[in-house]
Design a protein around this ligand. Structure first.
Ligand code: KG4
Ligand code: ZN
Length: 340
């Protein structure tokens, strides 16, 4: 017998190089989540190979669904709805999660809902014990996005600032590659930067002297390349460049977040997406927030990068708001969050 106090959503994430599956219950919270990362599969190519990503999602998705059910001691019949990432992302990869999610929902005769990947990231801090209240300013920092967004409530999103070129995660990955780190370079660059001397190089803080909330990070990667080329090699060169790069990124993001909070006159900042795992960024933003007498919220580290839990949570909120997606499966490789 199904307990009436349960409304259980299966979340499926396959937008890029992680297969994530989770079960979120509206009353009991997150029941279980599992993740398979394809990092090793793509490492030798220095970036994600879309066809390999799709093939791997196909192989992993059903065993992962079985495993999440087992972890939560649930049966297929305990699932009340299915949420899947419908975009933005790699078209082939998205199609795997969308087809499996939509078909399973059809077979079980339950609703399905298409979730926006970045809305998943944005709401990931809601999975924590002390979640933020609306409204808030959100900083979304991932491999494909660097955006400041005003969030009045679920689905009411306004773009305050965006990157005019590379996303910040992309800049971490490209600079990491220059420094001989594997793919993706963000976490490895952070580790290397810890050994670096912050006094040795000073990198520019792009676009901070101009009004507005837009970002530009491709110049920092070029600055790193030029510094590497023009400095005679020594044992700490790579670590010192990593440190200077990271300090420039963090200070730039801190300045823009402060500006966004002042513009909106709001007291809450939410930071999400893969780069929000970076501890220098977390410290920089937390220090600034104390000065402003505001609050900052981050997801737990494992939910900063792609995962099924954030999709299950976002899908659950959409379902509770009365939404569901018809039988026809559509995915949206490019899908601005503001269209929601
Ligand atoms: O959100 P995510 O998993 O995927 C996208 O939706 O893009 O973000 C992945 C990005 C990669 O660029 C990765 O290098 C970066 O997040 N990242 C980090 C750290 N961990 C992951 N960047 C800086 N420091 C980290 N600790
Ligand atoms: Zn992501």
């Amino acid at each position: 017998m199904k307990c009436k106090k349960s409304y259980c959503v299966l979340g499926i994430e396959t937008s890029c190089d992680e297969t994530g599956v989770a079960l979120y219950d509206v009353h009991r919270g997150l029941l279980a989540h599992v993740l398979h990362s394809q990092i090793e599969l793509h490492a030798e190519y220095g970036g994600v190979v879309p066809e390999l990503a799709s093939r791997d999602h196909i192989q992993k998705i059903l065993p992962l669904i079985e495993s999440v059910l087992e972890k939560a001691s649930c049966a297929l019949q305990d699932i009340d709805a299915i949420a899947y990432t419908a975009g933005p992302g790699l078209v082939g990869a998205l199609l795997i999660g969308a087809m499996v999610g939509r078909s399973l929902a059809f077979a079980l005769n339950i609703p399905a809902v298409a979730v926006h990947h970045m809305e998943g990231h944005l709401l990931a801090p809601m999975l924590e014990p002390n979640p933020p209240d609306f409204p808030f300013v959100a900083l979304l920092v991932s491999g494909g996005h660097t955006q400041l967004i005003s969030v009045k409530e679920l689905g009411d999103y306004e773009l305050l600032g965006d990157s005019v070129d590379d996303a910040v995660g992309e800049a971490f990955d490209k600079t990491g590659k220059l420094l001989g780190l594997g793919y993706p370079g963000g976490a490895a660059l952070e580790k290397l930067a810890k050994q670096g001397n912050p006094e040795r190089f000073h990198f520019p803080r792009p676009m901070v002297n101009r009004p507005g909330l837009d970002f530009s990070f491709s110049g920092l990667k070029t600055f790193a390349a030029n510094t590497l080329r023009n400095t005679p090699f020594d044992a700490t060169l790579h670590a010192d460049i990593a440190r200077a790069f990271q300090e420039a990124v963090v200070e730039t993001l801190v300045i823009k977040c402060r500006r966004a909070l002042k513009k909106m006159r709001w007291k809450t900042l939410v930071v999400a997406g893969g780069v929000s795992a970076n501890s220098a960024l977390r410290t920089g933003l937390s220090d600034m927030i104390v000065q402003l007498n505001c609050q900052v919220y981050f997801p737990r580290t494992e939910f900063c990068t792609d995962n099924g839990a954030m999709i299950a949570y976002a899908g659950c909120q959409r379902l509770l708001a009365g939404e569901s997606t018809p039988l026809q499966v559509d995915v949206f490789p490019r899908w601005p969050l503001m269209e929601l």
